[in-house]
Each structure stands twice: as C-alpha cells, then as structure tokens.
Design a protein around this ligand. Structure first.
Ligand SMILES: Cc1cc2nc3c(=O)[nH]c(=O)nc-3n(C[C@H](O)[C@H](O)[C@H](O)COP(=O)(O)OP(=O)(O)OC[C@H]3O[C@@H](n4cnc5c(N)ncnc54)[C@H](O)[C@@H]3O)c2cc1C
Ligand code: SF4
Ligand code: SF4
Ligand code: SF4
Length: 380
C-alpha cells in the first residue's frame, strides 16, 4: 500500500508519518532530494489513518471572507532582518507573551532547513527571514499537538501545505492554535541547496556563520543573497546568484509545487503573509523599499492577532483583489521548466555553476540585446 498512488502529488508534509500508530512510515529522500513516505509492510496494520490525514486526499474547502492589509513593523531593526515588513515577528511575540510556543523553519548547524519550535523571544531570530528550501517537518505536528493538549498557545507557521498538513493531522479544533502561512512560490530541493552550499564552500573558504536569502543592504526589491563567514562574506544581487536563479526559473522545485492544491484565495490558516509586490502602484506612500508585507486575514483569530499588534505597525486596509494582483503565487502554480529533468539527471555529475548555467536561460538583458541584433539583421 502507498499513501498516495501518484507520488507527484505528495507535498511532503509528513502528516502520514506523524499519525502512524505503528511507526511504519519513514520519510525517505528520492534521487532529487525530496522526502516521500515509505511504508514498512511488516509493521503496517492497514488502519488507514495515513490516508485519512493526508491533506492531498482530504483537501478542505474553506468559506471565508479574507481581508487584506499593507503593513510593516515600526521597529526598523526587525524590519531590516525580515524578508518583507517584519510582521511574522510581531505575531510570534504576541503568542510568546501568552506563554505560547512558536513553530517555524530554522537552519541547523549545517544550514539545512528544518521545522522546530521555540518558547522565548531571544530565539525568534531562528525563524526570521525566508529560507528558499523545503523545510523538513519531522515530528513537529506531534509536538504541536502535545503542547495544545497541555493547554498551551501554539503558533504554527509554514508553507500552505504544511499548515494544511497540520490541521489535517490534528483532526480537531483547538482554541489556542493559531496558524500563519505564506504566499508560496514553491520549495526547491534540499539536495540542490546542499550542492550550492558545497560550491560556495569551495570558493569562499571560510567558517560559515550566517546565511540570508533576503539581505536588504540594496533595498527590499533588489535583495541580495548573503553568506557571512568568520573573515569574509559573499554578497550578491539575487538576479546574479545561481541558486536564486534556479529557484526563480522553476527548475528545482518539488513536483507537487507545479500543481499545487494549496494555493487559493480561501485558506485554512488564520493569517497569510507575503511580500506586497506592486505596492508602488497600490499605495506609493507605503513603499520606502525597506519591505512592505501583504497581510491577509482569513479568520476571526487572525483578526484578533492583527488587532493586538496594531500599535506596533504602520498599516492600511486594501482591496483584496488589487492586493494579490502582482502576486500570482497566491492562486496559481508556476510552470515546470522544460529543462528540469535534464537538470536533475545531471545533478550528481556536474559542478553546480555549470549545471545551473547550462539548464537555465541566460540573463534577460543579453537575451533582449540578441533579439534586437537579430531583428536589425533581418530588416537589413
Ligand atoms: C519558500 C518560500 C516561498 C515564498 N514565495 C513567496 C511568493 O511567491 N510571494 C510572496 O509574496 N511571498 C513569498 N514568500 C513569503 C515571503 O518571502 C515572506 O516570508 C513573508 O512575506 C513574511 O515576511 P515577514 O517579513 O513578515 O517575516 P519573515 O521573518 O521574513 O518570515 C519568517 C517566516 O517564514 C517562515 N519560513 C521561512 N522559511 C520557510 C520555509 N522554507 N518553509 C516554511 N516556512 C518558512 C518562518 O517559519 C516564519 O514564519 C515565500 C517564502 C518562502 C519561505
Ligand atoms: S495504514 Fe496505519 S499502520 Fe499502515 S502505514 Fe498507514 S497509518 Fe501506519
Ligand atoms: S500526508 Fe503529506 S507526506 Fe504523507 S502522502 Fe500525504 S502529502 Fe505526502
Ligand atoms: S507550492 Fe504548494 S506544494 Fe509547493 S511548498 Fe508551496 S504550498 Fe506546498
């Protein structure tokens, strides 16, 4: 028995792994580096729980009226360290002040990305900032349930499929559970990330201390990728960074991200956070290029949280449809790069820079210049 007949639909949320009463499921990496459930037939008692909690098989339709805000944190320091307007930190602080627990995506010592929890404000930095790699959920759904059963407040944050996976796993409403997802472009493979880290290590030669995918030294829109070492640093505009190039050209994402069931207007989470792309057209007075968040409130719990942080943010309500106009990932999956199979077929035998350069398209400027030259020659 498989949890899902069609592997390509599995988002890797780990709900099946967390629910199995016989520990018959292990999450194993495939050749592309993404984790999928594998059932040990000797241990399985065919109780069917794994299928019951799978959010792909039990995709819930939500009826709600989302409200959208443009917002950013008044604390300039937190805003600078956050990917967009630093709203996540404020929501998390509100739950921590209730003696709550926050779940989110963090780096481990090797800069692999995994889900974990924290119980104090000092550790919030672990979750701050987008990490463009699929985060491994591990047993965090079970841990979240334990805290909820012990009457603790819990804020669970992650991609839309991770939040739906949690809700599906719990199969019960908890008054003290709050959830926050994001508008999600998709998640690149941890194996591709590993290759990139190895490539950087070879070039940069240092003791790696910190990584930021969204360094704002050049502003929010022209963000940099930054690797901080003991004695040097790698900092590069995202358009020139090879890893972000692979991410944004949709060559390294999980299969399920190209046909995502969780991108929709009506969401199960209490709050959805995103970059407010296009803010310069909607509310130019809220665009100082330091990062503006799009905050979508999906439920009464979400509304209550936003009320609590209102004195710590600059905000304005905006028309929902207008707010998501420049953020297609709210509702639509990206198309699969036509070279994706070749990219993954060669991942083990090509150097990272050669691999990305060979299978992604060249700089737009060069492409446009070549197009112009071709047109001139044709006319002549
Ligand atoms: C993989 C990915 C794709 C995204 N795609 C888009 C997009 O297409 N359009 C858009 O507008 N915004 C996208 N975002 C969201 C955006 O980058 C910001 O995370 C969001 O605006 C919140 O910003 P903030 O300043 O409030 O908080 P921040 O401090 O920047 O956000 C931290 C939050 O992000 C979560 N997080 C970080 N990395 C991961 C991860 N790998 N998996 C799950 N959760 C993670 C943390 O748990 C925490 O909740 C994406 C984020 C990620 C991680
Ligand atoms: S059917 Fe039950 S025992 Fe078997 S893998 Fe699924 S949850 Fe585990
Ligand atoms: S529960 Fe999650 S990890 Fe398990 S099969 Fe379904 S989508 Fe995949
Ligand atoms: S695009 Fe969809 S399937 Fe992929 S990580 Fe985001 S929510 Fe999950």
């Amino acid at each position: 028995m498989e949890v899902l007949e069609d592997k390509s639909t599995c988002c890797g949320c780990h709900a099946c792994y967390n629910v199995c009463p016989k520990d018959a499921i292990t999450m194993k990496e495939d050749e592309k580096g993404f984790k999928y459930p594998v059932i040990d037939k000797e241990k399985c008692i065919e109780c069917g729980l794994c299928r019951k909690v799978c959010p792909v098989l039990n995709n819930e339709k939500v009826e709600n009226k989302p409200t959208a805000y443009s917002a950013y944190n008044k604390d300039e320091n937190v805003r600078k360290k956050s990917s967009s307007g630093g709203i996540f930190t404020l929501i998390a602080e509100e739950i921590l002040e209730r003696d709550g627990v926050i779940f989110g995506a963090s780096f481990d010592e090797e800069f692999n990305v995994y889900h974990t929890y924290i119980e104090n404000k000092k550790e919030l930095g672990k979750f701050r900032g987008s990490k463009y790699v699929q985060s491994s959920i591990g047993d965090t759904y079970k841990k979240a349930r334990e805290f909820l059963e012990n009457n603790r407040y819990v804020l669970f944050t992650g991609t839309p499929c991770q939040v739906e996976g949690l809700k599906s796993f719990l199969r019960k409403n908890y008054d003290k559970l709050y959830t926050q997802d994001i508008i999600c472009h998709g998640v690149p493979s941890p194996k591709v990330w590993e290759k990139y880290k190895e490539y950087r290590k070879e070039i940069d030669k240092g003791n790696l201390q910190e990584i930021s995918f969204r360094n704002k030294d050049n502003g929010w829109k022209e963000y940099n990728v930054n690797f901080e070492y003991d004695n040097n640093k790698y900092i590069n505009n995202h358009n020139k960074d090879l890893y972000i190039k692979a991410f944004l050209q949709d060559i390294a994402l999980r299969d399920s991200c190209y046909n995502c069931l969780f991108k929709k207007k009506n969401r199960i989470s209490d709050i959805t956070l995103a970059d407010f792309w296009g803010i310069e057209n909607v509310l130019p007075e809220m665009d100082d290029n330091k990062g503006t968040s799009l905050v979508i409130v999906n439920s009464n719990k979400g509304k209550e949280l936003i009320e609590k942080i209102k004195n710590k943010i600059i905000y304005q309500e905006v028309n929902f449809e207008e707010a998501i106009k420049c953020n297609p990932s709210m509702t639509k999956s990206v198309g699969m790069n036509k070279n994706r199979d070749k990219f993954f077929d060669n991942i083990d035998n090509m150097k990272f820079d050669k691999l990305v350069k060979k299978y992604t398209s060249h700089n737009n400027i060069i492409k446009r210049a070549l197009g112009k030259i071709k047109r001139i020659i044709k006319r002549k």
